[in-house]
Design a protein around this ligand. Structure first.
Ligand code: IPD
Ligand code: CA
Ligand code: CA
Length: 266
């Protein structure tokens, strides 16, 4: 049975992601540069990240003035409705800056702290992924499922690297240990798209340490609703410490291996 609140949140998230996606795709200045840096000199923000977040929060506030917000570029509102929007206005900013196509707008809605709606729009792919809690996962309205699991040795595994040198050294060590044990590794540059690629059967698995709530909220719901398993360290939910998403059999092997390799610490 569909919940009218979830339906409303989904329609708003789809519309906001579509508008922001069009702004980013059609309004990208040819000479786009770095507007500021954040946690390190390679953690960049462009004027378009800021414009996208402004568009999304403006649109959502207009329709639901009492909701809370958490956005990567500074949106932080408590709200009084029990609904909070978790927004990454451009996931894959470095790709966007360089004119590479793998970037997305990621919008999740939480109700009383639980993610109930996730939308990831990837305009250069012409694809929008979405999920509502308990309702399955979709790509452009078509239902998607994770891939039938191969043995780990034939698994295609996505990952990503943080912006801090110390963290990257640890992440490189984990990849060094993993790459001889799997089919191959992909570093796409957008955590939200990586999670949706698990949902669509384009990756067998994805893991990363250091994700923020806006990177993972929508994509984790979409992967889970596509039948994939998601988590962090064994027994834990996906978090900043570690995020893992994979078809169930691959998850069962990869999660303990990542634990053993120390993928959850720097
Ligand atoms: C980043 C991307 C990248 C991941 C980083 C994220 P941003 O987000 O998702 O794939 O490896 O951990 O921070 O900075 O492009 O929004
Ligand atoms: Ca991000
Ligand atoms: Ca971002």
């Amino acid at each position: 049975m569909s919940d009218p609140l979830y339906d409303e949140l989904l329609q708003l998230a789809l519309e906001a992601a579509d508008r922001a996606g069009r702004l980013l795709r059609d309004g990208r200045p040819a000479d786009l540069g770095v507007a500021a840096t954040k946690t390190s000199p390679i953690d960049v923000v462009t004027e378009m990240d800021i414009a996208s977040e402004k568009l999304i929060t403006g649109f959502l506030t207009e329709h639901r003035p009492h909701d809370g917000f958490l956005g990567e570029e500074g949106a932080s509102v408590t709200g009084s409705s029990g609904v909070r929007w978790v927004i990454d206005p451009v996931d894959g900013t470095v790709n966007y800056l360089y004119g590479l196509p793998s970037w997305a707008v990621s919008i999740a809605a939480e109700k009383d702290g639980e993610t109930v709606v996730g939308v990831v729009a990837a305009p250069m792919r012409g694809e929008t992924y979405h999920a509502v809690l308990g309702g399955g996962a979709f790509n452009n309205g078509e239902r998607v499922r994770h891939r039938p699991a191969p043995p780990l040795s034939q698994a295609l595994v996505g990952t990503g690297f943080g912006y801090l040198t110390e963290r990257r050294i640890g992440q490189a060590e984990v990849v060094r240990a993993l790459v001889p044990q799997v089919r191959d590794i992909r570093r796409g540059g957008s955590a939200a798209i990586d999670l949706c690629d698990v949902a669509c059967g384009r990756l067998d698995a994805y893991y990363e340490r250091g994700l923020n709530p806006w990177d993972l909220a929508a994509g984790v719901l979409i992967a889970r609703e596509a039948g994939a398993l998601t988590g962090g360290r064994p027994g834990e939910p996906a978090s900043q410490e570690l995020t893992v998403a994979a078809s169930p059999e691959v998850f069962g092997v990869l999660q303990p291996l990542l634990e053993e390799l120390g993928a959850w610490h720097d």
